[in-house]
Design a protein around this ligand. Structure first.
Ligand code: AMP
Length: 429
């Protein structure tokens, strides 16, 4: 273990920048934020890591015109990706060796039941994230690689894990448990964890702000509709139900995932269609949802095809919206009283037809969309329901990176102002 036990005098250096890293299996997204005003200094993406066609896109945001620079050619691994990103940042005078950098915040997909809050990463924390790999085989290994790589780059800095599952750990046991044999479930940690928690937390809080109320005073249904999609029911600021489960496969119809399905379909595919477990995994995660139904997972393309009279695209849209409606109804029942239904992420923020169709016919639940307001395009949180509506319908752009930066900075700041030593350099490489 490389140990530099404390970040000596760190508070003395006005360290108010946070680097946010979102490491996927073959990509790293990064953002550098200035926590004085929570503005972005630079954003970037390295994709197709390990392939000949790797690409880095880097956009400094400190100057007038945000001009994206591109690097192409093989970037061998995550360490090389982060090194390349660091070089781009340095070229803008934003080098990661700067004393202004306070911490690195990592998106970590699965935190199980243990991690209910953002957590400073130590060896022990990393071991626990590794122990969760069996329930998040696609995501946690990439997150661990990102953490180790960042640690090697700045061993003197606190690294913070912000978990996608954390916001959902408040779900009551009766919502989180599957109705299967308890011993089997517990032995294999099978339960509903939920994902996209950082987005659900941010958006539900912003929605309360939009309503001019405290989060503790409102009940909201959040519909995070991106390529992955999930719904959550948030009562008084706490998640009480969400649509994703043990993995992100459960729930809504997504870009490439089926969402809810009778589990017997999988036995059937195995026994009758002779498919292997891995083939079924790929079918349900990558070849289903909108792409499986009509060949496209981009809602813009689906709408274009519908306008041209394409029936497969129209049916895919109807199935997508029908599932959404079922969840809005179910979560209205779970919450009892709903103050707002909130749309977010790529589809939720941009597709007026999806919002209109999902809310259509729900007047008995107090839900109405104003066509004029729904047609407005804006990057700001906004209401799309008429004044007279009993329940607000809103669009709130999500910002998972800002939420990760806020949580990271708050955690490091709290520890320092309480005079605690923030563990740094405690991750073995
Ligand atoms: P996300 O995962 O949140 O980045 O969302 C990506 C998805 O958002 C894409 O696959 C599209 O289906 C959808 N999307 C993005 N922009 C638009 C748009 N202008 N209109 C409709 N859908 C959009």
């Amino acid at each position: 273990m490389t140990t530099t036990p404390t970040k000596e005098g760190s508070a003395a250096v006005q360290a108010r920048r946070v680097l946010v890293l979102n490491s996927g299996s073959s990509s790293v997204k990064y953002q550098l934020l200035d926590m004085n005003d929570r503005s972005r200094l630079a954003i970037g993406l390295v994709e197709r890591i390990g392939e000949e066609t790797s690409r880095l896109l880097h956009t400094p945001l400190t100057g007038g015109d945000a001009e994206t620079r591109e690097r192409t050619g093989r970037i061998a691994d995550h360490a090389a990706a982060l090194k390349a990103a660091a070089e781009e940042l340095a070229a803008d005078g934003l080098g990661l060796d700067s004393p202004e950098l306070a911490a690195i915040g990592h998106r970590v997909v699965h935190g199980g039941l243990r991690f209910t809050e953002p957590t400073v990463i130590t060896d022990e924390v990393l071991t626990e994230i590794e122990r969760l790999v069996p329930v998040a085989p696609l995501h946690n290994p990439a997150n661990i690689t990102g953490i180790r790589t960042a640690e090697a780059l700045r061993p003197d800095l606190p690294q913070v894990a912000v978990f996608d599952t954390a916001f959902h750990t408040t779900m009551p046991e009766y919502a989180a448990r599957y109705a299967i044999d308890v011993e089997t479930a517990d032995a294999h940690r099978i339960r509903r964890y939920g994902f996209h928690g950082t987005s659900h937390a941010y958006v539900s809080r912003k929605a309360a702000e939009l309503l001019g109320r405290a989060p503790e005073e409102v009940n909201v249904i959040v519909l995070h509709l991106g390529n992955g999609a999930s719904a959550s029911a948030v009562a008084a600021g706490r998640c009480v139900e969400t649509s994703m489960g043990l993995t992100p496969l459960e729930g809504l119809v997504m870009g490439t995932r089926s969402g809810d399905i009778d589990p017997a379909v999988t036995f059937h595919l195995k026994r009758v269609a002779g498919m292997s477990t891995d083939e079924i995994d790929v079918l349900l995660n990558k070849k289903s949802g909108l792409v499986g139904l009509c060949g496209d997972n981009d809602m813009r393309e689906i709408r274009r095809r519908i306008d041209e009279g394409d029936e497969r695209a129209a049916l895919a849209f109807d199935i997508y919206v029908h599932r959404l409606k079922k969840y809005i109804g179910a979560y209205s029942a779970v919450l009892g009283r709903v103050d707002a239904v909130v749309f977010t992420a790529g589809v939720g923020e941009n597709s007026a037809p999806v919002r209109e169709a999902a809310i259509a016919g729900l007047e008995e639940l107090g839900l109405v969309v104003d066509a004029g307001l729904n047609a407005v395009r804006s990057g700001e949180p906004r209401l799309i329901s008429p004044n007279y509506a009993r329940v607000a319908v809103a669009v709130v752009p999500t910002d998972e990176e800002l939420e990760i930066a806020d949580q990271t900075f708050a955690l490091v700041g709290q520890a320092e102002s309480a005079g605690q030593q923030v563990p740094v350099g405690q991750v073995d490489n």
